[in-house]
Design a protein around this ligand. Structure first.
Ligand SMILES: Cc1ncc(COP(=O)(O)O)c(C=O)c1O
Length: 378
């Protein structure tokens, strides 16, 4: 069996057309027609008016927090159960992340834990939600609470391009939203990101910061710190070719999820990441959770898959358990420990590569079933 990847790049075939256009016109630069068009096409797909193509999702979060006015010593509420790129930019700005636990219904930010955090910190400067593994957060509740406290929301949709919540594309629920086009995402530009909003003034300011804060002078004049965060015209060309097949990729990811559910239907030791009735996730990664009766550890499964040349990985280790964030506060509604820690200790992200065949999904499932149902396990 050829190596099976977790979620690897999958070209549509049209990327080269846009790359050639850039070469033919000598626009090998962090600006050009592909950048402009990729932003326009993302606006059309998501349904927002303004977009800035950037070098990564992390850069987009950095610029998003900065435009929301986050400064030194400000409090920013962050989801704990996420990738570090979600909250590192809080530290870039000298601000303080305060971590919020997940709930069992979405595995995303728990509104009850959020309310607890507001009791201690009624005026955070911003709140970052995450749509984990493509599954939207509980925006009905979270946005209501944030509004009561007048907190602007940054929606980290890095993993959720093509997911919907209440029939609307994710990326519409934050005052600012961001996407990542890293190599492992549902579509990729090799590395890249996008900041989206509905405010042309915000777009122009982010564009200004992301291109070294050059003042409109004939010479290079700078009054503010700038960043070199713009997406290359070549990468944007890849993004345009990729965006053409986003609907197809969502269908493929959903089908992989459906197949795993079929192949695990008799395995009573496995549950799947929950899907709320309000959401229609892109199933970027299919994640399984082992129940308390299961005697094998998540690493037993990952190691056995690796022996079979199959890439899988643990769920994100929550940020409140990370050494770098050890001094940050954490709020949970769990009686003992935390919900995100329990999920982390019991879960495996299964390969969800859109190039996988049904036979490959079956092979992966057979390995997992065998480990769990082996004598060692049961
Ligand atoms: C939830 C989440 N936030 C932020 C990022 C950062 O994006 P990037 O890798 O493009 O910087 C990622 C992924 O890479 C992510 O999964």
């Amino acid at each position: 069996m050829a190596k099976i990847y977790l979620s690897s790049p999958h070209m549509s075939g049209n990327e080269m057309k846009y790359i050639h256009e850039a070469f033919d016109t000598n626009w090998i630069a962090p600006l050009g027609n592909n950048v402009t068009m990729f932003e326009k096409e993302m606006c059309q797909f998501i349904g927002r008016t303004s977009a800035v193509a950037l070098s990564s999702g992390t850069a987009a979060i950095h610029m998003g927090l900065k435009i929301l006015g986050v400064k030194e010593d400000d409090i920013v509420f962050c989801s704990s159960f996420t990738f570090s790129g979600s909250c590192n930019p809080v530290l870039y700005l000298g601000a303080r992340p305060v971590f919020i636990d997940s709930d069992n219904e979405t595995w995303n930010m728990d509104p009850e834990a959020l309310k607890k955090a507001y009791k201690k910190y009624p005026f955070p400067k911003a709140l970052i939600t995450v749509n984990l593994y493509g599954a939207p957060a509980n925006y009905k509740e979270i946005l209501k609470i944030a509004k009561e406290h007048n907190t602007p929301v940054l929606e980290d949709s890095a993993e959720s391009l093509g997911s919907k919540y209440l029939n609307k594309q994710t990326g519409n629920f934050g005052d600012i939203s961001i996407f990542s086009f890293n190599g492992n995402k549902i579509i990729t530009t090799s590395g890249g990101g996008m900041l989206m909003c509905d405010n042309e003034e915000i777009k122009q300011k982010v564009l200004f910061w992301a291109t070294q804060s050059r003042e409109p002078f004939p010479w290079y004049e700078h009054k503010e710190v700038g960043y070199n965060y713009r997406l290359s015209n070549i990468c944007a060309g890849i993004g345009r070719g990729q965006l053409e097949v986003i609907e197809e990729r969502v269908k493929q990811k959903k089908n992989i999820n459906k197949l795993y559910k079929k192949f695990f239907k008799d395995n009573k030791y496995i549950t799947f990441m929950p899907e709320s009735k309000d959401s229609d996730p892109n199933n970027w990664l299919t994640v399984i959770k082992l129940n308390d009766k299961c005697k094998v550890n998540f690493m037993d499964i990952i190691n056995e898959l690796q022996k079979n040349d199959v890439e899988s990985r643990p769920a994100w280790k929550p940020m409140h358990l990370q050494p770098i964030f050890r001094n940050c506060e954490f709020f949970t509604s769990a009686k003992n420990g935390s919900i995100s820690e329990t999920i982390f200790n019991k879960s495996v992200c299964l390969p969800s590569d859109t190039k996988m065949t049904e036979g490959q999904v079956e092979c992966v499932s057979n390995v997992v079933n065998k480990v769990i149902l082996s004598e060692k396990g049961i």
